[in-house]
Design a protein around this ligand. Structure first.
Ligand code: BTN
Length: 270
């Protein structure tokens, strides 16, 4: 496989099982877009029939959580967003971050990366101590009293050398893990398949099915953490994830707090 192979809908379809071929019609691939999340956010309800998946070779305004920039160079990584309409209210959908992060881990496992993958609540995928992928979940109530969910996944695959200067945090890409450039079409197909599978399972039966996986992959458990909100920083110990997808933290006065996903970010101190 050539290092710089382009993404292609035909190639992605080739790696999807037959039962998922219908979704390749719902797949939009852009050479360049401001942000795949923004593109799907801009679609109006009557112009679409969800799910819709948007992929881009490059993003000019890729966004991370908490208004951070998501570095999105051309033909290097996977920038993918999926739009799904739920009949639930937004409050019950915060678990989608975790469910999607699990989908990323499962896709990477299928790709052959079996070890050292973990989840940093609520939405980061780590390889050892380094960030491999992030998820940006955006929810919008729709006109039918349901919720439009947009799940954006940024997965570092074949980062260019210059990325070392561009990304401030500790990160890694698939290329470094497997020691050769990775096939983005294959990875994108595995990711699409697993996201659709997990979202459909959640829609049908809620998050119960995922509790075991998110506890298994939780890398923050029993770790000292800093909980960062817009107002303050709290030093605490993570006590794991509860069945509702909330993070449990023990603060200095031994009080247990349940933290829902949202405006909150979390950093491992060690
Ligand atoms: C984070 O870790 O802060 C979340 C990063 C999410 C990045 C992805 S790339 C595809 C989609 N489009 C965006 O603008 N952001 C998400």
């Amino acid at each position: 496989m050539h290092n710089n192979e382009k993404l292609s809908i035909a190639k992605i379809k080739h790696y999807l099982p037959k039962t998922y071929h219908k979704y390749s019609k719902k797949l939009l691939l852009f050479n360049q877009v401001n942000s795949t999340n923004d593109f799907l956010l801009g679609l109006t309800e009557d112009s679409i029939s969800a799910p819709i998946i948007c992929l881009a070779e490059k993003q000019t305004s890729g966004r991370g959580r908490l208004a951070r920039i998501w570095y999105s160079p051309r033909r290097s990584n996977i920038y993918l967003s999926i739009l799904w309409n739920f009949s639930h209210s937004p409050e019950v959908l915060s678990a989608l971050s975790l469910i999607s992060a699990i989908a990323v881990i499962q896709a990477l496992q299928k790709f052959g990366i079996k070890k050292h993958l973990g989840l940093k609540w609520p939405n980061d995928v780590f390889y050892q101590q380094q960030k491999l992928a992030g998820i940006l979940l955006e929810l919008k109530s729709n006109q039918y009293h349901g919720t439009k969910a947009i799940i954006g996944v940024g997965l570092n695959v074949n980062m260019p050398k210059i990325a070392a200067k561009k990304i401030p945090q500790n990160w890694i890409d698939v290329k470094k893990i497997i020691n050769k450039p990775a096939d983005r079409n294959k990875l994108a197909a595995y990711l699409i398949q697993q996201l659709i599978k997990n979202l459909a399972t959640f829609e049908k039966s809620g998050s119960a099915h995922f509790i075991k996986s998110w506890q298994q992959f939780d890398i923050t458990k029993n770790q000292p953490v800093i909980l960062i909100t817009t107002k303050q920083k709290t030093f605490a110990t993570s006590c794991g994830i509860d069945p509702f997808g909330r993070l449990l933290i023990k603060t200095k006065n031994a009080e247990i707090q349940k933290i829902s996903s949202g405006e909150i970010s979390l950093q491992i101190t060690s």
